[in-house]
Design a binder for this molecule. Structure first.
Ligand code: URA
Length: 342
């Protein structure tokens, strides 16, 4: 495939995901000039960094992503993408903390093992949480019982046992293990992904493959330990070959997720990727349209961000994803005084 074709597919993929702006941060100058037909005089034979999968083909999950960058540190990964946590606020007039918190300090280069250049003293434009637009709202007030088919299941263990013998859709017959979810039953912060991949299927644990390792680092960057949050997927069994979940599978499986949210009653939900966001918010809107808003799921604030597997494929999304997770953390901090502990 020539470079022009690669660029076309890449742009189409981004448009499908609702992106309207493009930062060509994955291309070298020579690459871009070559694609445009100019004589780049390139010494480098490097292809464009981001190439889209074949059109119409399912997106590989991170567990199957060949050549995924070896991200040793979330902050390093952000810097590689041209967006360090400390300088982000200066680059984008988005969610900016009014003052440095212990969490921000921890996410700053000073807390990293590698020395980093000092953050530029740029003017900051503070956007309060109250200025972030309200998004979609599913259900009514917090505290309302969601009801639903799984309303008789009283604990997360009961849900897990039910999932283990579930035959509501055919996925149980091809999966190795059910992946009901894991974490603290009293978590204030809940992450919702799409479906188990190969590593999750082997282990019965959510987000333990390459995307999961990135998620763990993202959580650490906002001072949350995996064991203190609840991590779950829309689907509890792996779709064969990591194909996209089918609507009937989502419909069959989502009562478990709804009951998990109802039992945990988190203070914030972070929806990772299109399927989680669209399922919970009962919408077909793209990620691009759902980000930067505070949605409500039965009163619980819900933030939408890119799936970690998508971040592995498209490092340029790490910057906006960092904004999303910072916003989620701020909402957590601003919830009740008892809730914000990491
Ligand atoms: N992707 C998901 O959506 N969930 C997992 O558990 C792993 C990868």
């Amino acid at each position: 495939m020539d470079a022009k074709e690669k660029l076309r597919r890449y742009l189409e993929q981004r448009r499908e995901l609702g992106e309207t702006e493009l930062a060509l941060d994955g291309l070298t100058v020579d690459d871009a000039l070559r694609i445009l037909g100019a004589n780049a005089g390139a010494q480098s034979a490097r292809p464009p960094a981001a190439t889209a999968p074949k059109q119409g083909a399912p997106m590989p999950r991170a567990t199957e992503t060949a050549g995924a960058p070896d991200i040793a540190d979330w902050r390093d990964a952000l810097r590689q993408a041209g967006a360090s946590p400390d300088t982000m606020a200066a680059k984008k007039p988005s969610v900016v903390e009014p003052r440095a918190t212990a969490r921000e300090a921890a996410a700053s280069p000073a807390a990293s093992s590698k020395p980093a250049p000092p953050a530029p003293q740029a003017p900051t434009e503070t956007i309060e949480i109250s200025d972030i637009p309200a998004g979609l709202s599913v259900g009514t007030a917090a505290g309302e019982l969601f009801g639903g088919e799984m309303g008789t299941l009283r604990t997360l263990e009961e849900i897990a046992a039910h999932v283990a013998s579930c035959t509501r859709c055919p996925l149980y017959s091809t999966a190795t293990n059910p992946v009901p979810g894991e974490g603290s039953a009293t978590a204030d912060f809940m992450c919702v992904g799409e479906a188990p991949g190969a590593t999750e299927d082997e282990t019965g644990r959510p987000f333990v493959g390459a995307a999961g390792q990135l998620l763990t680092k993202i959580l650490a960057a906002i001072e949350l330990r995996r064991e203190d949050v609840y991590i779950v997927n829309v689907l509890k069994h792996r779709p064969p070959g990591n194909r996209n979940p089918r609507p009937e599978e989502v419909q069959a499986c989502s009562p478990y997720l709804i009951r998990q949210i109802e039992l945990i009653r988190p203070k914030v939900i972070l929806a990772l990727g299109t399927f989680a966001a669209q399922t919970l918010l009962e919408t077909k809107l793209s990620i691009g349209k759902l980000r930067n808003q505070i949605h409500r799921y039965y009163g619980v604030p819900l933030i939408v961000t890119y799936h970690p597997a998508a971040l592995l494929r498209n490092p340029s999304w790490k910057r906006p994803a960092w904004e999303d997770v910072k916003l989620a953390r701020r909402i957590l901090d601003n919830s009740s005084p008892t809730s914000a502990g990491a």
